[in-house]
Design a protein around this ligand. Structure first.
Ligand SMILES: NC(=O)c1ccc[n+]([C@@H]2O[C@H](COP(=O)([O-])OP(=O)(O)OC[C@H]3O[C@@H](n4cnc5c(N)ncnc54)[C@H](O)[C@@H]3O)[C@@H](O)[C@H]2O)c1
Length: 347
């Protein structure tokens, strides 16, 4: 079993991945400054350090087998009005984290990248060799980190995986009933927003544009269950252990990847994570009505700039290299889990 530093583990995705690592028997330290995360979001059994990735050198040492790096600011709209905040935290913070890892001799990294690195795609589904042309500073900051990691891997023998998430959704409940889900403030993701309408906490859901070239005219996105996403992180770590075999002792493995080739020191693997299925805004709203049994009023609103009609992932590379197969691809199941969490959290 291995020991991991999880940055941003008090947030939505990092908390779910930390819970999966603990369930697999690993030792986890969560490093989070609680800027958008919650102390209660850190899974029981994880050591919690309240601090910034910019100061990671204070805590990181050679006892760690790897780092899973979720800590970031991730509000697209905020990044447009306050880009400096995104460059400082997402890029500046990661520079310090990479330096701390190098200093401590920790040579395995999984990074939360994003579909926002691609911008408006020319082809669908989007493959990793598609052009990267982010349309906002958030996506640009994540792409800059991807480039930094490539350089670090080549120059200093880091083994790394950037996982480019599409629309993460749903919630995860551990065997003992503790639930981890989404509660961003402000919330900008569609499923929790529509659930807030179903709960009566918001009057109506705005549908931004209904004249896109899609079957029902609304935007189509690829929703991936957060538990499927978490499994990909464990498989990526397992691939790095496999890729290091021979160059180190038996460090143990994070999951049970059946990808053929590991990720070797010096390699930076970039993989999309999505279902490969798109669902429209209207389909999401209709599914929320069906799952919750509550009315969901809609308001038609103009298109938003920079909203592509369709964003759907090709996750072929994650299948081939990591042996990853999402098993919770249905929209109703994703919405059902998110609804259970929203009711428990009252959020
Ligand atoms: N949720 C999505 O749909 C989605 C999609 C693509 C990519 N991502 C990426 O996944 C990661 C996690 O997203 P999330 O939705 O869980 O966000 P989140 O805001 O819930 O979690 C981010 C966490 O990082 C912490 N943090 C931020 N800056 C920090 C710093 N300098 N030092 C220490 N902690 C810091 C926050 O307090 C928070 O707990 C982010 O990197 C995000 O860019 C998310």
């Amino acid at each position: 079993m291995s020991k991991y530093l999880v940055t941003g583990g008090a947030g939505y995705v990092g908390g779910v991945v930390a819970a999966h690592l603990l369930e697999a028997g690993h030792t986890v330290t969560v490093l989070d400054d609680l800027s958008t995360g919650f102390r209660a979001g850190v899974p029981e059994g994880a050591e919690f350090v309240e601090g910034r990735i910019q100061d990671a050198a204070r805590w990181l040492d050679a006892s760690y087998d790897g780092v899973l790096h979720f800590a970031a600011h991730s509000q697209v709209g905020e990044s447009v009005v306050d880009p400096d905040k995104y460059w400082r935290n997402n890029v500046g913070g990661t520079i310090e984290l990479l330096a701390a890892m190098r200093e401590a001799g920790v040579r395995k990294l999984v990074f939360s990248s994003t579909a926002a690195t691609y911008g408006e795609p020319e082809d669908s589904p989007i493959r990793e060799d598609a052009p990267t042309a982010p349309t906002n500073p958030y996506g640009a900051s994540k792409l800059a980190v991807d480039h930094m990691i490539t350089g670090e891997a080549h120059a200093h023998g880091l083994a790394a995986a950037s996982l480019r998430y599409f629309n993460v959704a749903g919630a995860y409940a551990t065997g003992d009933g503790v639930a981890y889900g989404e509660r961003h403030d402000p919330e900008s993701h569609l499923i929790p927003l529509v659930l807030q309408v179903a709960q009566g906490r918001r009057e109506a859901i705005s549908v931004f544009g209904d004249d896109y070239p899609t079957p029902d005219g609304t935007c189509v996105r690829d929703y991936i269950h957060v538990a499927d996403l978490a499994e990909a992180h464990l498989l990526a770590m397992a691939a790095m252990h496999k890729g290091s075999e021979g160059s180190e002792g038996s460090a143990g493995s994070a999951g049970s990847g059946d990808g053929k080739d590991g990720i070797a020191p010096g390699e930076h693997l970039i993989c999309n994570l999505g279902n490969g299925n798109g669902f429209s805004v209207r389909e999401v709203i209709e599914t929320v009505r069906e799952v919750t049994g509550h009315p969901v009023p809609e308001v038609a609103a103009p298109r938003r700039g920079g909203d592509p009609a369709v964003l759907v992932a090709s996750a072929e590379r994650a299948r081939e290299r990591l042996g990853w197969r999402p098993s919770r691809a249905g929209l109703a199941g994703i919405v059902e889990d998110a609804w259970q969490f929203a009711q428990r959290a009252g959020s």
